[in-house]
Design a protein around this ligand. Structure first.
Ligand code: PLP
Length: 437
């Protein structure tokens, strides 16, 4: 139900008149105001209900207003709403312990940040401090956050107006549908992408490289699940040249791929793992770095020159504890895996077979991309204006989609039900059937 009697138009215009919005021209903005939500559903001020298959910015992994997460935050709010990072705090320690439980052997500590960008920022800083080297290698087609080093590590257009940090080098990762390596099979793409990375390392000078920073499964850039052997091949290159491997699990982590961490499916052990978003379903801003014992102990007798007022904020910690417990109790990660393999993946593949505008369907768990093309043969991307039209049509049919570049990402909560997936598939199908390029 609408919250305060005002219409979408009124609330949207009011918001845009005083709120400066991310990644946007500020003139003429008409944000869709959301009044409330529950589970996979949200509603606006005009009383329209939507299936949230965007999970906002791919973070409400346990859906909206999950009662156990709200209770966890409320309990902490009523106990101690805030505390400085230098104090000890029982809820914070429990949050760290529950996160470490999901990390591989040999991970020992968690450094909490306020979100994903500063998680990557601090992981890069740790890698630079422990190696005594400067450069960071990351992929074109990636997003790592909107702060000093994280935005310059980013591979997409958002890096270019923000290129003030130094020491960043980019390379191409595997992406068979738009191969940079003239490959025609996943094996070829994998071998050639690894060769390209190793040559980049050699040409840059291994002694200057602190870290390779990768999204385990690149998210906003297009949900490209790496071919078998790629991530373990990157690990081997890092080992050969003494380079720290940082895996960014900000979007892919905590169930999104049907695993606790996306890299769990890839036989690889990173040195540092960054997280945010799904760890607490995004109810309170938080992120962090999961630190291997080796790197954690490198700071036993040496000051770590970094910190944040809200590092380990108790409300964030309370939300993490409740989310992690709820995910385990409700088998939500297993649900994501099952639904991806049995319901959502096959359903999207059917849509791909039926509608010519879908050039490729790819993904895993509840992390899928529909690559939209103007021409299936040439794979020419569908223009952004056409995707925007399709997006509004889908919203009009009662589903909030995640659209970016020439893609629609299908990213429901990890605890989405079979029935909700069936309803969403029907909406996508209707929209593609009505679609005229
Ligand atoms: N890393 C990845 C893979 C992301 O998808 C994002 C955000 O979308 C970030 C980092 C940055 O996180 P935040 O926006 O919380 O700073």
């Amino acid at each position: 139900t609408p919250s305060d009697g005002r219409s979408n138009a009124e609330v949207g215009a009011d918001d845009a008149s005083v709120v400066f919005h991310s990644w946007s021209k500020q003139g003429g903005l008409k944000p869709l105001p959301l009044a409330g939500g529950r589970g996979t559903e949200v509603w606006d001020h005009d009383g329209n209900h939507y299936l949230d298959f965007s999970t906002q910015l791919v973070f409400t992994n346990m859906g909206h207003q999950h009662p156990k997460i709200i209770a966890g935050i409320t309990e902490q709010l009523n106990t101690l709403a805030t505390v400085a990072p230098a104090h000890g705090n029982a809820t914070r320690a429990e949050a760290a312990r529950l996160i470490l439980k999901r990390a591989p052997e040999g991970f020992e500590k968690v450094f909490f940040t306020a979100g994903g960008a500063d998680a990557n920022e601090n992981a890069i800083r740790m890698a630079r401090l422990v190696t005594g080297r400067d450069k960071v290698l990351s992929r074109y087609r990636s997003y790592h956050g909107n702060t000093g080093a994280a935005i310059v590590a980013t591979g997409d257009w958002r890096r270019i107006p923000n290129e003030y940090a130094t020491g960043h080098v980019h390379f191409f990762g595997p992406f068979l549908y738009r191969s940079e390596f003239w490959a025609s099979s996943p094996e070829e793409e994998c071998a050639r992408a690894l060769h390209h990375l190793e040559r980049t390392v050699q040409a840059e000078g291994p002694e200057s490289i602190a870290a390779v920073l990768l999204e385990s499964v690149p998210g906003t850039a297009g949900i490209m699940v790496p071919p078998p052997g790629y991530l373990s091949g990157v690990r081997a290159i890092c080992d050969r040249y003494g380079i720290t491997l940082i895996l960014d699990e900000v979007m892919a982590g905590f169930g999104r791929t049907g695993e606790w961490f996306a890299f769990d499916a890839h036989d690889v052990r990173p040195d540092l793992i960054t997280f945010a978003k799904g760890v607490n379903s995004g109810y309170v801003p938080v992120g962090g770095v999961i630190i291997s014992s080796e790197i954690a102990h490198a700071f036993d007798d040496r000051v770590f020159p970094g910190g944040l007022t809200y590092s380990g904020h108790p409300l964030a910690a309370g939300s993490i504890v409740a989310t992690q417990r709820a995910m385990a109790e409700e088998g939500a990660v297993e649900n994501a895996k099952r639904i991806g393999a049995d319901v959502l993946g096959p359903g999207l593949a059917e849509l791909g077979a039926k509608h010519d505008v879908i050039g490729e369907v790819r993904g895993t768990g509840v992390f899928w991309a529909l690559e939209l093309v103007a021409d299936r043969e040439t794979r020419e991307p569908l223009p952004a204006t056409t995707v925007a039209r399709l997006k509004s049509d889908i919203i009009g049919r009662g589903l909030l989609p995640f659209a970016t570049d020439n893609r629609i990402h299908v990213v429901p909560p990890i605890n989405v039900s079979d029935d909700e997936v069936a309803r969403a598939l029907a909406i996508y199908d209707e929209a593609f059937t009505a679609f005229r390029p």
